[in-house]
Design a protein around this ligand. Structure first.
Ligand SMILES: [Zn+2]
Length: 286
């Protein structure tokens, strides 16, 4: 059952007020998770521009090692969970710049890609370069890596961080069961086919990210969700390997327990089962 696998579960510096790492793991158990990749953003430890006024962990290498030690120490209290530790590498950070002490203790890395442009060719190149970089890093350091939320940039640009452009709202008025390549490339701001080919060629998994899916669903527009499914289908058919993660940061909202979700329904639509997530073997699960 896909919802039991959450390879992207934030539980560090940005925890909800009044919670602990233990309560995050209790929430994981209650919500059916069994494999949990605990993560935190590396820049919240290593980037002097990201200073927090009272950080939960010191903002240096020692801080993230402390978080990892806490995860390891709590494993025996949560026998129903398989805990992994997987720092998230920010878009601007080269993978080879990750300090050796962090590489050593990580089970795997969650790698963000830098997509800042509205120029599709430039985004395609950035993403392909990041995929290649991830493959090189994996063979040099023997640490598995996947690419985090490859469709996030487009969803943010078109739906979240600015008024929704008319052409995007209008997309949902058309029959989009069969999108053209142009529709997909325009909406996602990249050549999705080329990105898929590169990921498949290097065997670098792309993430089906719950938070991106939820952001798209929150627009109320059917087209973005259908288009995301079409990209995933196209990638699946080009041999892309997938991983799943909720990218949940918190689960305590004003009305109670509302966290993020592993996008299991996307996998159901795509026919992706747990055994299709080969990354799990690389990180010692399955
Ligand atoms: Zn994340």
């Amino acid at each position: 059952m896909i919802h039991t696998i959450d390879l992207h579960y934030h539980a560090g510096q940005e925890r909800d007020p009044g919670t602990t790492l233990r309560s995050y793991l209790e929430h994981a158990v209650m919500t059916g998770r069994r494999v949990v990749g605990v993560t935190d953003h590396l820049d919240l430890y290593l980037d002097p521009r990201k200073l927090i006024s009272s950080p939960l962990y010191s903002q240096n290498v020692a801080g993230i090692l402390t978080l990892r030690d806490e995860v390891v120490a709590l494993q025996s209290a949560f026998p129903e969970l398989k805990l992994l530790f997987a720092p998230e590498v920010p878009p601007a950070m080269a993978l080879v710049d990750i300090p050796a002490a962090i590489i050593e203790i990580a089970d795997y890395f969650i790698c963000e890609a830098k997509l800042t442009s509205s120029d599709g060719d430039e985004n395609t190149t950035q993403l392909k370069n990041r995929i290649t970089e991830a493959a090189e890093f994996r063979s040099r350091f023997s640490k598995p890596v996947f690419i985090a939320h490859p469709l996030r940039h487009a969803i943010d640009q078109c739906l979240v961080k600015a008024p929704i452009p008319r052409w995007v709202s209008e997309l949902s008025r058309r029959d989009l069961q069969n999108h053209t390549q142009e529709d997909l490339d325009r909406f996602f701001g990249m050549n999705v086919r080329e990105v898929g080919r590169t990921a498949a060629a290097h065997n670098v998994p792309l993430e089906i990210n719950g938070n991106t899916w939820e952001r798209a669903r929150a627009s109320n527009l059917p087209a973005p969700l259908r288009m995301m499914l079409n990209v995933y289908r196209l990638w699946r058919d080009s041999g892309v390997e997938f991983v799943v993660g909720s990218d949940q940061h918190g689960f305590v909202k004003s009305i109670g327990r509302v966290g993020g979700t592993v996008p299991w329904e996307v996998c159901e639509v795509l026919g992706i089962e747990m055994e299709d997530i080969r990354f799990l073997q690389q990180v010692g699960v399955l």
